[in-house]
Design a protein around this ligand. Sequence first.
Ligand SMILES: Cc1cc2nc3c(=O)[nH]c(=O)nc-3n(C[C@H](O)[C@H](O)[C@H](O)COP(=O)(O)O)c2cc1C
Length: 421
Amino acid sequence: MVETEEERPSLFSPFQMGLFRLSHRIVLAPMTRCRALNGVPQQCMVVYYAQRSTPGGFLISEGTVISPTGHGFPHVPGIYTREQIEEWKKVVDAVHAKGSIIFCQLWHVGRASHPVYQRGGAAPISSTDQAISGRSRILMPDGSYAKCVKPHRLTIAEIPEIIQLYRQAAINAISAGFDGVEIHGAHGYLLDQFLKDGINDRSDSYGGSLQNRCRLIDEVTHAVCAAVGPDRVGLRISPVIDHLDAYDTDPLNLGLTVINNCNELQQHAGQQLAYLHITQPRYTAHGQTESGPFGNPDEERQVMRTWRDAYQGTFMCSGKFTRERGIEAIESGDADLVSYGRLFISNPDLVERLSLLAPEPVKALMIFIAFTGGICIYNIIEKRPEGVMDLPKFFCSVEFIPLLVIHTSHGNELWALKVAP
Ligand SMILES: Cc1cc2nc3c(=O)[nH]c(=O)nc-3n(C[C@H](O)[C@H](O)[C@H](O)COP(=O)(O)O)c2cc1C
């Protein structure tokens, strides 16, 4: 049969993601923005998500903390109090009004925290009692950085409560109106601290073998699927990313074990997860992340293809996607969906920009002020009779300025400055 233009997948063609009909394959990647005052979503977040919504588009929220013990950054939103749920509703309503679908990313940072973020100054929790090495530091509420501390190693008896926190957070997210949830099993946070043998030094049923290290993420996925339905659950992993010391000696098979568990879950449930989201090995975060053993482009492609072929469902990739790389990934069948991070921060109109063959959007500068406000400078495309115009825009909502964070989309620098209140 001859493949027609309509049938050939492209970055701009529709896709059926389980329950959800998407009009294109460009997804907003989950990105921490530190603008939820004391964990509560603010109006600037309503604006941020609405700006990036398109009819039939798909957005994943910033990492959203599932319990008070899950915090490790200033002013990251939660989804465990009535007030947080009510304020998230405003974000979700604004996104839905623009015709987009939005999932809430469920996050627990584990040991990537500090007693300052924990009730009663307690130690953060983890799979281990070893601190993150000195190459990483924790951003404190006042904008300074602190050394990582020794965490409390979760006992087996404490694990059911952790699973219950993910389950309840998923229920809360659905009650806030989110269309689904993404379980954050990536980038060195709690679930990844169980997955990686560079961190997990346990000798009980949650440590040692690949199956044991994958047990917690599997149990969390089962519990969340049972609560809200597999078709409203996405899972994110990053087997090759070593952010926050999350090294593994065998990332290929670690990924395959998680994937096989997902396939089995799907078979038993008779339903697929919404998607599996994998971070490309080439992603680096602020110079803290180094490529793993799949660092060269051919090996990287091979490992991503192996996981893609093994997973029986929708496959999403993330990490330094340009326009060309996104088009290539979809047209070659390497991915069903591509999530864009930094380019979407600095280009709220990224979907239109990419579809219009606009130049690669690398010029934009984003300055955001943590807590409640933000100043964003970016370019917006406008279609005019004389052609496509690429115009600078200025968006400002400053209410309170204790911490200034500057992020450029091209240089990938992220740094924090303390500003006099
Ligand atoms: C400022 C910033 C915050 C991020 N926060 C999160 C997060 O909360 N959860 C997550 O899974 N990934 C997070 N990421 C990773 C992004 O989802 C994405 O995978 C990464 O930026 C690579 O895509 P890009 O090269 O298109 O930016 C963050 C990245 C950036 C730059």
